[in-house]
Design a binder for this molecule. Structure first.
Ligand code: DMJ
Length: 874
């Protein structure tokens, strides 16, 4: 047992680890301190109002699910019906959560108890016991089924048992939920049948993994979080059921991940080979792909009291704080070369991390990162799935994820600062304003457009409402002592008393080898008010205040030194500032910005000195997405059907191919191109069509390249997506080198993809041209000027004129006009031979009606944008 000063970190009667972080760290004592804080207070009445509002919202969401969707797995809140796997278009790997086991009902059970809806809970448990089958012939994600369904059953069993023991309710309950949990545990176990002990990512609930009827078992990789997020549920199942096998398997998987950590950096990668334990993706962060692995090490220690988990967590945590944390940012690095960030964007899943930092007692970075996330939500209403280091949208989807609410709850518990109640209030208001629909709450397809998606994931009911309700509730208002429980990653409640329940098998404990590590104040202990806030009741506010204006337009997150550039004047008759302004670049003359400059510098003839206000082109995320097209050129289309497409950051650069890439299209088999390609013979020399989802774009591209395809058109699996409503993005690689991929790759949203597949079905032979939109055949370019910028070499300009980098711009109008004319000639020739093209600029064809399938080009409001989907989500 360890101490901070004289303060015990857990309460008398509990062995080490039990409830430690929850009872003391989380933090009754801090609330006492917090009450003296002068921050925006919230009256008890206001808190009650908001809590009532949250209950009303829950009723709307859960009521809609039960009314329109149950017994289906999920509600489709726009169609007001249930989502049944196989009856709706396949959405790829997202659908692996759906096992025809009334997912949302099970995921919601213990939320009903937290919200004091005990009648509804009893009724829902009866329905679960009566209706739910766990032996369906469905391939499901092991990770999702574990955290949502097994966790849901266990959390509900624990609550049912509690109510039964009180003698008022649930007297009929005979541990049925625990029996179901045990059955499900056994159905997941075949996934662990690998030489390494790392689980397969998917399992067939009826046939397991290796059975020929299972339709799974060909995968070789899994994500780190997928393998490392089993221990809480599996250990709880073992300890409640008396069967050791579950805890043993989960612990073995954690042992493998620990063994495979990069010994130099103590970081782990994102994807690992389940057979040989080699890292498949070596980028390392705290968000998508890894997140709950770290969470479960810390919480396994809290739940099970085993020091090994804490020691491992602490070593990883030091590495995270050394390499990944750049407060307030958390940026992925390469696990072998951790001093270099591999991304300039963050994903929304990392929003859970401040909550974990609270459990670890590291409040300062938790407050900083949380504040940064809050600023992002203020700017975009919700946390986009991915956003850049300058807080622009990188991927605009928001599936009503709860992680930000979760961290807000932990920070409020830790600081008692009513500021966090205001943050919670803003979450509630935004959900009502922007996600509420008549049949529930709908995910946001793109935070920039506010369009909805027909999905309401079960975690919205399992997690979001729990954290929001708890945020606005006093301990005394809850039906049980919340501090006796730990939240799983899906916010299911497991009792910390499990740590006193010995594992059924004592012989296989993970060995506690003492691990040398740097220790700090909180390595083995929980924080105290005195340590964290010595004489500084405004602790949290002081930290937050430095991050208040993070997302101001054109402002980087840290103050950059003023960069000077010198803009030489050329004899073009235009003022450079005016000229650049016309291009959307805003510059401030240095004499307004800097005092104390010598006149000679300011007035040098031919050189205009400016301060670079916006760091244009400095960061990769600012890159403009160059719209591409898929143009159908064989009869009867003859170039009239033009589909707007997104480019890829890897593979062949189509902007450098003068005439694009032409070929006839063939559908890949399997369509997702995630397994061995069956129809290599058909694909050879053709452009492959492949469905997005299930595995990485890069993996698909490699397989199709090997099969002999000459290009790939990826088609979105998200039903109804289209380029008019969703900004284009650039596909990104898999985090490793993609230089081996030389194919041209483009991406079509599903509505455009449907045009192409319909064309293929009808005409069998469809030739297409892949090229940047601006080079669309038959589409005249407006005449313009070619502008070149270059940085002058030091000393290249007249002596004394150039101090520091110098930007030169040259207008080359005449030369370009000549090229334009040549191109015009070429196009005219092509037009004559093809007879007709649909383009407004074409003189000959202006009377030809455009095919209805011609999709409008991106308008200027959509371009430029730099929206690429996170590469963890192909
Ligand atoms: C939840 O299912 C879990 O929190 C999981 O760990 C990852 N995130 C989703 C919700 O965003």
């Amino acid at each position: 047992m360890r101490r901070i000063g004289n303060k015990l970190c857990w309460e008398v009667g509990h062995p080490p680890g039990i409830g430690m972080m929850l009872k003391s760290l989380l933090l009754t004592s801090l609330l006492g301190w917090a009450s003296c804080q002068e921050s925006q207070t919230m009256t008890p009445e206001e808190k009650t109002d908001i809590r009532d509002q949250i209950v009303e919202m829950f009723d709307h969401a859960y009521g809609s699910y039960m009314k329109y969707a149950y017994p289906a797995d999920e509600l489709m809140p726009l169609s007001c019906r249930g989502r049944v796997r196989g009856l709706e278009p396949n959405r790829g790997d997202i659908d692996d959560s759906l096992g025809k086991f009334s997912l949302t009902l099970i995921d919601t059970l213990d939320t009903l108890v937290v919200l004091n809806k005990l009648d509804e809970f009893e009724d829902a448990v009866r329905k679960t016991v009566r209706d739910v089958r766990l032996d369906n012939d469905v391939v499901v994600s092991v990770f999702e089924t574990n955290i949502r369904v097994l966790g849901g059953l266990l959390g509900a069993h624990v609550m049912a048992d509690l109510l039964r023991q009180r003698g008022e309710r649930m007297q009929w309950y005979g541990d049925e939920l625990l029996h179901m949990a045990k059955e499900l545990g056994h159905r997941l176990l075949p996934a662990f049948n690998t030489t390494s002990g790392l689980p397969y990512p998917r399992v067939n609930l009826r046939y397991g993994v290796l059975n020929p009827l299972s339709r799974t078992g060909t995968e070789s990789d899994t994500c780190t979080a997928c393998a490392g997020t089993m221990i809480l549920e599996f250990a709880a199942l073992s300890r409640l059921s008396g069967e050791a096998v579950f805890e043993e398997h989960a612990r073995k998987a954690l042992d493998v991940l620990w063994e495979k950590r990069q010994r130099g950096s103590d970081l782990v990668g994102t994807v690992i080979n389940i057979h040989n334990g080699d890292w498949v993706r070596r980028d390392s962060g705290v968000g998508a792909g890894i997140d709950s692995y770290y969470e479960y090490l810390m919480k396994a220690y809290i739940l099970l009291g085993d020091n090994v988990y804490l020691e491992r967590f602490n070593i990883h945590y030091s590495a995270i704080m050394k390499y990944i944390s750049q407060p307030p940012l958390l940026l992925n690095v390469h696990m072998h070369n951790p001093t270099v960030s591999v991304r300039s964007w963050m994903d929304s899943l990392l929003a859970f991390f401040p909550g974990l930092q609270v459990l670890r007692g590291d409040l300062k970075p938790a407050i900083e990162t949380h504040e940064m996330l809050y600023q992002v939500t203020k700017q975009h209403k919700f946390l986009p799935e991915a956003f850049t280091t300058e807080f622009r949208v990188h991927w605009g989807q928001h599936p009503l994820r709860p992680e930000f609410a979760e961290s807000t709850y932990y920070l409020y518990k830790a600081t008692g600062d009513p500021y966090y109640l205001r943050v919670g209030q803003s979450i509630v208001e935004k959900l009502n304003a922007y996600a509420r629909v008549p049949c529930g709450f709908a995910a946001v397809q793109d935070v920039r457009t506010g369009t909805h998606e027909d999905r309401m994931d079960s975690f919205f009911l399992a997690e979001m409402f729990k954290y929001l309700y708890l945020l606005f509730s006093e301990k005394s208002q809850l039906p049980f002592d919340i501090d006796d429980y730990i939240f799983t990653t899906e916010a299911h409640l497991l009792p910390v008393s499990l740590s006193t329940t010995q594992p059924p098998c004592q012989g296989n404990n993970t060995e506690a080898v003492p691990i040398a590590q740097e220790e700090d104040l909180f390595t083995y202990s929980c924080p105290s008010t005195q340590t964290l806030f010595p004489n500084n009741p405004s602790f949290a506010k002081t930290i937050r205040d430095s991050y208040k204006y993070l997302t101001g337009v054109g402002r980087a997150f840290h103050s950059l030194p003023v960069r000077e550039i010198e803009l030489p004047l050329h004899d073009n008759g235009m003022e450079p500032v005016e000229f650049l302004k016309s291009m959307g670049i805003s510059l401030t003359p240095l004499n307004e910005a800097t005092a104390g400059e010598t006149e000679s510098h300011r007035e040098h003839k031919g050189v205009y000195r400016v301060k670079l206000v916006a760091e244009v082109s400095q960061t990769p995320e600012e890159e403009e997405v160059v719209p591409h097209i898929v143009q159908l050129i064989s009869p009867p289309f003859l170039g009239r059907t033009v589909l707007t497409a997104g480019p890829a950051k890897f593979g062949m650069d189509l902007t450098k191919q003068e005439h694009g890439v032409k070929g006839s299209i063939v559908k890949a088999s399997p369509y997702t191109a995630c397994g061995p390609i069956d129809n290599a013979g058909d694909l050879k020399g053709h452009i492959a069509l492949a469905l997005r989802g299930d595995c990485m774009f890069a993996g698909k591209a490699r397989r199709l390249q090997e099969a002999g395809a000459i290009g790939v058109i990826f088609i979105d699996h998200r039903e109804g997506s289209n380029s008019e409503e969703t900004p284009l993005f650039q596909m990104v690689g898999d985090g490793d080198s993609t230089t081996d991929i030389s194919l041209p790759l483009v991406f079509l949203f599903s509505r455009e993809g449907a045009v192409l597949t319909a064309a293929l079905e009808e005409h069998h032979n469809v030739d297409v041209l892949l090229l940047p939109k601006e080079r669309q055949l038959g589409h005249d370019k407006p005449l313009g000027m070619n502008i070149k910028f270059r940085l002058a070499e030091e000393g290249e300009l007249e002596e004394g004129a150039a101090r520091g980098p110098t930007l030169e711009f040259v207008l080359e109008k005449g030369e370009v006009l000549l090229e334009e004319e040549e191109e015009e000639e070429e196009l005219r020739g092509e037009r004559q031979s093809r007879q007709q093209y649909c383009t407004t600029a074409s003189e000959n064809d202006s009377t030809e009606p455009c095919s209805s399938a011609v999709l409008s080009p991106l308008d200027s409001s959509q371009s430029p944008n730099s929206n690429s989907g996170p590469d963890t989500n192909p």
